[in-house]
Design a protein around this ligand. Sequence first.
Ligand SMILES: C[S@@+](CC[C@H](N)C(=O)[O-])C[C@H]1O[C@@H](n2cnc3c(N)ncnc32)[C@H](O)[C@@H]1O
Length: 298
Amino acid sequence: MQSISKTLLNLRKSLEQSCDLSIQEAETEAAAILSYVLGISRTELEIKHNHSLTSKEYEKVKNILDLRLKDNPLQYILEEAYFYGLKFKVNPSVLIPRPETEILLEKAVEIFKSLNKKQLKVLEIGTGSGCLSVALASVLKKKGYEFKIFATDISREALRVAKENAINNSVQEFIYFEYADLLPKKLINQKFDLVISNPPYISESEYLELCSTVYKEPKLALVGNKSPNGLEYYYQIAKLPIEWSHTVMELDPSRADKVKEIYGELGYKTISFIKDLAKQKRFIHIFQDISREQMSNN
Ligand SMILES: C[S@@+](CC[C@H](N)C(=O)[O-])C[C@H]1O[C@@H](n2cnc3c(N)ncnc32)[C@H](O)[C@@H]1O
C-alpha cells in the first residue's frame, strides 16, 4: 500500500491536471482529503508521512477523488467547510462559505466595539449555511455580549443546515432562524443595531459564464429568485420596513457604485466600501444615526 506522502503527491497531480487547480490549491485539497480519511490533522500528515494507508483507507481516498474529478466541490463531498476557524456542515442546498466573507464578519465585530452597547440585535438576510450568523454569535458569546440574531432564508433545506451548524457550534440559543422571503412579518418595524447580508448578486448572463463546480451550488444562492440583474436584492433590502443603525453587505465589485447609488437615492449619506484582499470594493457599509421616519420627514 502507498505511503501518506506518495498518496498526497498522486492526489495533488490528479487534482492539478483534471480540476484545473493551481499547485497550491491542489496541495490543499489533497491534504484535506487525506486528513479527512485518516481522521488526523494536516500537521500529523507531515509527521506520519511514511505511514502506509490500509486498503480500506486507500479505497475511500479513491472514491473521494472520483467524485472530485466529476466537478463536485470537495466541501460537498466531505460535507464540511471552515469559516472563521469554525467547522460547518455543507451540502448542495447551501452556498460553500467563501474566505472573503470573513471580512464582513470582522467589520461587524468592529461596529459592535464602536457601538459600546452590551445588548445587541442583529438581522441576517439569506443565511445559507449560517456561517455568518453562527461565527458572529460565537465571537459575541466569547466577548460576553447579550444579543439576539435573526437569520432568514427562503430555502427550508438551507435553514435546516444552518440550525445544525448553530447547534454544532453551541450558539443555538442566540440565533432565531426564520423561513422568509427576506423578512418575516413578525420582524416588521423592529429595530436592529446591524443588518448583514451576502445576498445573491450574480446576474442571469454572468451565471452562464461560471465554472462547472459552481453549478453544483444552489442557483437560488447565486442568482436568487429576484435578481436577474444582480442588483434587485440591494433595492429590496434597502426598502425593508425595519429600522437599523448599520448595514453591511457583500457585493460584486463591478456593481459597487450602483449599490451605493441605490442607498444614496434613498437618502442615506454615510456610505463606505470595504475592500477585499485583491483591493476590490467587496462590501458596502451604510450607517445612519437617525430613524427612517425622521429621514423621510427631512
Ligand atoms: C450568497 S448566499 C449567502 C449564504 C451565506 N450567508 C454565506 O455568506 O455564505 C445567499 C442566500 O440567500 C438566500 N436567499 C435567496 N433569495 C432569498 C430571499 N428572497 N429571502 C431570503 N433568503 C434568500 C439563498 O437561499 C442563500 O442561502
